[in-house]
Design a protein around this ligand. Structure first.
Ligand SMILES: [Zn+2]
Length: 78
């Protein structure tokens, strides 16, 4: 399942959070909420998909560490 950058809406497979360099899954998740694509050493999409980004940011705020919930709700919302 995919999660979406809260800043630009870029989709990422949530398994990527397990593979982020020099950090554990929890840290990667928190940093993804704040920094999005930058956690994976990538730059943000321009122009950003603001609609998707805003939904993702909202779900991260509402569901916090429930990354599975975030991913499945995003599937429903898109
Ligand atoms: Zn991004």
């Amino acid at each position: 399942m995919d999660i979406y950058c809260p800043l630009c809406g870029e989709p990422w497979d949530m398994d990527e959070l397990h593979e982020a360099e020099d950090m554990d899954f929890d840290t990667a998740r928190k940093r993804f909420r704040r920094d999005g694509c930058a956690v994976f050493g990538s730059t943000h999409n321009r122009p950003a998909d603001t609609d998707t980004a805003e939904k993702s940011a909202l779900l991260f705020d509402l569901l916090g560490d429930d990354i599975d919930g975030i991913a499945s709700l995003m599937e429903d919302l898109r």
